[in-house]
Design a protein. Structure first.
Length: 251
C-alpha cells in the first residue's frame, strides 16, 4: 500500500484490502460505518495497531479510513511473535533452487489427485494472506486433506529408492510447505538442522525410558512392530479405536 513505515501522516488515509475470516471465504461480520481495531505484522516483524472506520464493504473486499496513528504493540509482539505477511523476505540471501516451488514439489510427490491438490493450494494461499488462521481451532474435516497428503508422501518416502526432494523431507519432519512462509535463511537452517539430527541420531532410541521422536521415525517404529500407536483424546488405544470402527462399519 505504502512504501515507507506508516506514521502520524497515515491518519485519514484510505486503504483498500481483502479480508479473510477464520472460515476462509465466509462473509466478514461487520457493516459500513463500523469502527475496527487493525493489527498487522510489519517489516521488522513487530505487530502494529491502529483504529479505523469501514466506509465500503463488498464480500471480502473492504475499504477503511485510518483514524489513529499506527503504533507498535509490544504485548502482541511478545505473545504472537513476528509473522511476515505476504511471504516477505527478511534476510538478504537467495533461496537455493531446490526449494523453489516447494508446495508444488510436495503435492507432486504425494500425488493426491486434482481435488485434494486444489484444496491444499487454496488453504495455503488463504493462510499466507491471513496467517492468524493458525491460532484458530480447526475442525477435523478442515485438516483431513493435509493428513491425506502427509500419508501419501510418507508411504512413498518409505518405499522410494530415489532421492527425496528436500521440501518433502522438511514437510515430513517439520510440516514445512511453502518457501514464501519462511525466509531463505530460515529454510536453509531448518534443512541443515535436519541433516545434523539425522547424522547424530541414536540408533537404539527405543531402549530409552524417555525418548523424543520425529513423526517419520515414530511411524516407522509402529510399522516395524517396535511401538504401538499413541492413545487418542478419549484415551483409547489404537486397538480399541480399530475395534470400534469395525463394529460400526464392518471394515
Amino acid at each position: 500500500m505504502y512504501s515507507g513505515p506508516p506514521g502520524s501522516d497515515f491518519v485519514q488515509k484510505s486503504i483498500h484490502a481483502k479480508v479473510f475470516t477464520k472460515k476462509l471465504y465466509h462473509s466478514f461480520p461487520v457493516s459500513t460505518g463500523d469502527k475496527i481495531h487493525v493489527l498487522y505484522s510489519g517489516e521488522d516483524r513487530d505487530w502494529i495497531r491502529f483504529d479505523a472506520k469501514i466506509y465500503s464493504l463488498n464480500g471480502n473486499d473492504i475499504g477503511i479510513q485510518v483514524e489513529t496513528a499506527p503504533e507498535k504493540d509490544p504485548e502482541k509482539t511478545r505473545a504472537w511473535g513476528g509473522i511476515q505477511m505476504g511471504g516477505g523476505i527478511l534476510e538478504d540471501s537467495t533461496l537455493p533452487d531446490e526449494f523453489q516451488g516447494s508446495l508444488s514439489q510436495i503435492l507432486n510427490y504425494g500425488s493426491i489427485g486434482t481435488s485434494g491438490t486444489s484444496e491444499i493450494q487454496r488453504r495455503v494461499q488463504a493462510f499466507k494472506e491471513h496467517p492468524g488462521l493458525v491460532r484458530k481451532e480447526h475442525k477435523p474435516e478442515e485438516i483431513q486433506t493435509f493428513i491425506e497428503l502427509y500419508s501419501a508422501c510418507y508411504a512413498r518416502y518409505r518405499s522410494d529408492i530415489s532421492p527425496v526432494p528436500k521440501p518433502v523431507l522438511l514437510f515430513l519432519y517439520f510440516f514445512y510447505m511453502d518457501e514464501n512462509l519462511l525466509s531463505p535463511t530460515r529454510i536453509v537452517q531448518l534443512y541443515e538442522t535436519l541433516e545434523k539430527i539425522k547424522d547424530t541420531q541414536d540408533p537404539y532410541p527405543s531402549d530409552h525410558k524417555l525418548a523424543v521422536y520425529f513423526l517419520p521415525e515414530w511411524l516407522g517404529l509402529i510399522l516395524s512392530g517396535k511401538k504401538t500407536p499413541s492413545r487418542n483424546h478419549l484415551a483409547q488405544s489404537y486397538e480399541q479405536v480399530r475395534a470400534s470402527m469395525i463394529r460400526k462399519t464392518g471394515t
